[in-house]
Structures are given as structure tokens and as C-alpha cells.
Ligand binder design. Structure first.
Ligand code: ZN
Length: 296
């Protein structure tokens, strides 16, 4: 049997993963599924699927959510997809010997992803959290490739200040800590797994999406148009789970370019923000393009 092909998107929130998901969903052979890691919490979210229906009534997600009524299934899924810290550490130290709770969740994990891939598409998972990507990469039934989007933490922190409808305002320090944790964990996992890894700067996706998509797809994208100096795509119905409300927009959508910003004033920043900036300035900014075993 062939493995389940998964393109796992990694990145801090506000790093362009939703845009990348929507663009990839418009390409033949790819199915963007959004933030699968939250599948066990369907009742917690009032947002609809990318197709406009409540997640529980969507033809893709509805049957999977209905199966949570099966005894033990939901707990098993959560034990794998959102494992506790001890389970994550144990899986990191000895990937072949997961702790019992995590081991019990692996068949459900497999079943969910096999069903998402049952139409023969590459599953584009936007869960973003490096942990789930790492767990999937360790499974013999999954063929996982990682695409990591990185963005200047100043822009990420600023973006978090503009609250979107589904999220409350996120304090700068919380956003900076989340950014740093995601970047550092992603780096650890990239070094650990033997799976193909492609790291791209958000700026390329926003300013030159054709080049960014060509790197990901290893062919020219079909769904992008370039007119009068700007890039656009035809936003259609999709089955993106949770994610950003942008997924519900329809019709021709112009991709907004991003500008480089002047350096922020350090004195106004908290501890995490300064740390995040230091990590960006001294390490990540000169490593925004990374390919590992990525076929060209
Ligand atoms: Zn749907």
C-alpha cells in the first residue's frame, strides 16, 4: 500500500500559512485541510468549514467528527494529536517507543489521515505546531514533507495586535514567546527528522508568490494571475478546518505585498520580544531559505 502523502506547514501564527494553504488548495492534486490538530475540539469552535457549512455538516469533516461518539476514540486522538509534554518528550527521546497513551492514539491518527487522503490528494496540513508534524513524520504509513514559513517577529507581533474576529487581542509578549518557541522547535525537528524540509520567508510568498509556489510544487503554479503589477488568485470553496476566516473569501483576490519595516525601538520591548528579535537578527534572517532533501 502507498503511504499517505502529507505536506505539513510549520510556522508561527501570522506567518502566511493560511495564504499558502489557500493557494495550494487551488492546485491539482492537493487538498488543504487546515488545522487538523483541533479536530477533536470541533464543538469548541463556532467557525464554519471553508465550504461555509458547520464543520460537523461538512462532507469531509462531518463523518470524522461523528465518529467521536465512538467510545475512547476522541481521547485516543487527543493523546496523539495534542500529546502532553511527557509524551512529547518520550517520543523525542525514543521515537520507536512511545508511552502507552500516545501509542493508543496512533491508529486513530492513521485512520483520520487516511480518510483525508482517500480522494488521492496530497493532504496539506496547516496545523503549524511542529509536534504533530514530527509525530506524523515518525509514522511508517505517512510520507511527510515540511514547508516552514518564517517571518520577521516585529511583523508577527504587530500583526497579532490587529485582532481578527475569531481571536482576541494577543499581548506582544505572548506573541513573541509563541513565535520564538515555534521557530526553535521547528529547527530542532528539522535537524532530527530525515524528512524533506523547505523553509521560505513570508516576504517571498507575499511579494513573489509564483516563485514561492514553484519551490513548493516543483512546477509552475496554475492558479496565479499576474496583472498590472500584482498577483491574484481565484479564491474558491474549500474544506479548510478552523484556520483563518480568510478561507471564506471568494472570487478574485489580490495578494498584498509586504514591505520591509524599519527596526523597532528596543527599549519599548519586553523580554520575549527582545529574545525573538535577537534570534531573528543573529540567526534566522540569514537562513530564511533552507532546503533539505527537497527535490528540485
Ligand atoms: Zn467543508
Amino acid at each position: 500500500l502507498s503511504k499517505v502523502p502529507i505536506l505539513f506547514l510549520v510556522g508561527s501564527g501570522r506567518s502566511g500559512t493560511t495564504l499558502l494553504s489557500r493557494l495550494l488548495d487551488g492546485e491539482a492534486g492537493l487538498l488543504a485541510v487546515g488545522e487538523t490538530r483541533y479536530l477533536g475540539e470541533a464543538r469548541r469552535w463556532t467557525e464554519s468549514c471553508g465550504c461555509g457549512r458547520p464543520h460537523a455538516e461538512c462532507p469531509l469533516w462531518g463523518p470524522l467528527i461523528a465518529d467521536w461518539s465512538e467510545p475512547g476514540r476522541l481521547a485516543a486522538w487527543q493523546a496523539a494529536a495534542i500529546a502532553g509534554q511527557a509524551d512529547q518528550l518520550a517520543a523525542w527521546i525514543a521515537p520507536r517507543k512511545p508511552l502507552p497513551a500516545l501509542r493508543g492514539g496512533l491508529p486513530v491518527l492513521r485512520d483520520v489521515y487516511e480518510r483525508l487522503a482517500s480522494r488521492g490528494d496530497v493532504v496539506v496540513d496547516e496545523s503549524k505546531t511542529p509536534w504533530l508534524g514530527y509525530l506524523l513524520a515518525e509514522q511508517p504509513w505517512a510520507d511527510v514533507r515540511f514547508v516552514e514559513l518564517v517571518r520577521d517577529p516585529r511583523d508577527v507581533v504587530t500583526s497579532w495586535q490587529q485582532a481578527k474576529s475569531y481571536l482576541d487581542y494577543t499581548p506582544r509578549e505572548v506573541a513573541a514567546q509563541h513565535w520564538l518557541r515555534t521557530c526553535v522547535t521547528a529547527e530542532m525537528i528539522r535537524k532530527r527528522t530525515g524528512n524533506p524540509w523547505l523553509r521560505l520567508p513570508f516576504a517571498e510568498l507575499a511579494n513573489d508568490p509564483s516563485t514561492a509556489l514553484t519551490r513548493v510544487l516543483r512546477r509552475a503554479p496554475e492558479g496565479l494571475q499576474h496583472t498590472e503589477g500584482s498577483w491574484s488568485f481565484d479564491a474558491r470553496s474549500n474544506h479548510i478546518y478552523l484556520s483563518n476566516p480568510d478561507k471564506l473569501r471568494r472570487g478574485v483576490e489580490t495578494i498584498r505585498p509586504t514591505a520591509t519595516r524599519p527596526a523597532a525601538i528596543l527599549e519599548q520591548q519586553g523580554r520575549w520580544e527582545r529574545l525573538a528579535l535577537r534570534y531573528w537578527d543573529r540567526w534566522l534572517v540569514s537562513r530564511t531559505y533552507v532546503t533539505k532533501r527537497w527535490p528540485v
